[in-house]
Ligand binder design. Structure first.
Ligand code: 5GP
Ligand code: ZN
Length: 112
């Protein structure tokens, strides 16, 4: 499949990996919006939060716990944000489900 993040998962495209398990990969965003900007993705392709179903429940839980662990490892005790963009209006540019872990500064509070 012609998917950028699937290519990162299979090593075709290099990335700065920060965490990997059987089902989850986390790597640094190439264009960071904050001092810490990590993308956390399921290894099994699904387009986005709009294509989730029961089969994804386990990996979503693992992604949440991975976010907490990476926030702790990166010294984000003052706070952090976990965001997923969906579709054109949500600003999603890569059609492989991903969560942005952002922190390391006081984040913009304007969400929309
Ligand atoms: P979206 O806008 O879809 O929510 O987020 C996609 C993110 O992927 C963007 O923050 C963008 O900087 C990041 N990104 C796009 N291409 C690459 C790449 O080749 N490598 C990495 N590490 N991040 C990428
Ligand atoms: Zn993919």
């Amino acid at each position: 499949m012609d998917c950028l993040f699937c290519k990162i998962i299979n090593g075709e495209i290099p990335s700065s990996k920060v965490y990997e398990s059987e089902n989850v990969l986390a790597f640094k965003d190439i264009n960071p919006m904050a001092p810490v900007h990590i993308l956390i993705i399921p290894k099994k392709h699904t387009d986005g939060a709009n294509t989730l179903d029961e089969s994804n429940v386990g990996v979503i839980s693992e992604i949440m716990l991975t976010a907490r662990k990476l926030a702790e490892e990166n010294g984000l005790e003052d706070g952090w944000r976990l965001v997923t963009n969906v579709g054109e209006h949500g600003g999603q540019t890569v059609k492989h489900l991903h969560f942005h872990l952002l922190g390391g500064k006081k984040l913009n509070t304007e969400l929309a």
